[in-house]
Design a binder for this molecule. Structure first.
Ligand SMILES: Cc1ncc(COP(=O)(O)O)c(C=O)c1O
Length: 381
């Protein structure tokens, strides 16, 4: 029997040697690697300004605070996302306003966004769900009309482009995740991105306590001022060293993801008990974090039996996400909403299963997954 993990970072001697060089050197933080990683990232996404940060969540938090989102403001976001998308809004005292998703794509339902806009709305946060870009022309048109900021949660979307522009550069600010099973990893870590230079300068200081002079810029050690409530959200040199090496391989990783997705999709698209989430195209260039199958008809109520069967046969799967965020206790108790207010999100969170497409898959794994999905579906009948 095979044993296929849902995700597995690909780390080799390059990463090990890079980390060793940092450990043997004089600088564990404030060093050249974080800066190099940021520059390399700008080259990969094709422009803008970036700051390495301790996680995607901290990058999102910095985005809101640096853009002046705070108490009394509302931020529209999809109900179907990681809790970090909502938490980062809560951190700055703003109110998350959840909107249902389009269950064919997993992305925020743009027909519902306009209805959720009030005089307190300050921003729209989109999540490029599992790597599929949101229709950013429509989002930006709404943002222009109602004078709103646009934040892109691009945690799972490294490599995704909309009309040729990399996600994270389509709105006012974006953030990426490098948690271990993501497109590239730095263990924990993230990247803040923006097309606004001044905002980037502010975030540079905000991620480091609000110092007016960084360590290398201080003429006399200890001589600095602090004129804002900054955070300690920097990425250290060990993480950045790994990130630099990972980024050298991101195109190779992405190609493997696209190829694995294609093989699985072609082999599963005619299976009657499931539907597949929409794929990308030349306009919506998908980053293929995973392939989501949605159980339909009688199979929809047997998702956990299906997952157990796949796992028993060695296929690692995941669920994105376990339930609409407003149904999690913290949000339910605070805002009094329930999953059933978000039928699209509920459908996806209750009936979907994410299959791996990552570069860790070995020869024959996709064929094995297809056979296993089919045999496990037969067992449900
Ligand atoms: C959509 C989304 N946003 C944010 C995050 C949080 O990322 P991090 O763990 O880097 O803070 C995740 C994590 O998977 C996510 O899926």
């Amino acid at each position: 029997m095979r044993n296929i993990p849902f995700g597995q970072p690909i780390l080799g001697k390059e990463e090990i040697e890079a980390v060793t060089r940092v450990l043997e050197g004089p600088q564990l933080v404030h060093g050249p690697r974080a800066r190099q990683f940021e520059e390399d990232f700008v080259s990969f996404i094709g422009g803008g300004h970036t700051h390495s940060v301790s996680s995607c969540t901290s990058g999102l938090h910095l985005a809101y605070v640096s853009l002046g989102v705070g108490s009394g403001d509302e931020v529209i976001l999809p109900a179907q996302t990681h809790v970090a998308t909502a938490h980062s809004i809560e951190y700055c005292g703003a109110t998350p306003v959840f909107v249902d998703i389009d269950s064919r794509t997993g992305n925020i339902n743009l027909d519902l966004v306009e209805k959720a806009i009030t005089s307190s709305t300050k921003a729209i946060c989109v999540v490029h769900y599992l790597g599929l870009p949101v229709d950013m022309d429509r989002v930006n048109e709404l943002a222009r009309r109602y004078e709103l900021l646009v934040i892109e949660d691009s945690a799972l979307a490294l490599g995704a482009r909309y009309k040729g522009v990399h996600v994270g550069l389509l709105g006012d600010a974006g953030s990426f995740s490098f948690y271990p099973v993501k497109h590239i990893t730095t263990a924990e870590g993230g990247m803040f991105a923006t097309k606004h230079g001044e905002l980037a300068d502010k975030v540079a200081r905000m991620k480091a306590f609000g110092y007016d002079k960084m360590v290398g810029e201080r003429v006399v050690p200890g001589l600095y001022d602090v004129d804002m409530l900054g955070y300690n959200y920097r990425m250290n040199e060990l993480e950045a060293a790994v990130g630099i090496e990972q980024l050298k391989r991101v195109n190779e990783f992405l190609e493997l993801r696209h190829a694995n997705n294609e093989k699985l999709r072609r082999a599963l698209e005619d299976v009657t008990e499931i539907s597949l989430l929409a794929d990308g195209d030349d306009v919506f260039q998908h980053a293929h974090y995973c392939l989501v199958i949605v159980l339909i008809g009688a199979a929809a109520d047997k998702r956990f039996e299906f997952i157990s069967s796949l796992r028993a046969k060695g296929v690692g799967v995941s669920v994105y996400y376990p339930g609409p965020v407003p149904q999690l206790s913290y949000y339910r108790e605070k805002y009094g909403l329930e999953g059933k207010n978000f039928p699209g999100a509920l459908e996806l969170s209750e009936a979907s299963v994410a299959l791996p497409v990552g570069p860790h898959l070995k020869e024959g794994d996709t064929d094995y997954m297809v056979d296993t999905v089919k045999s496990s579906l037969r067992e449900l009948r």
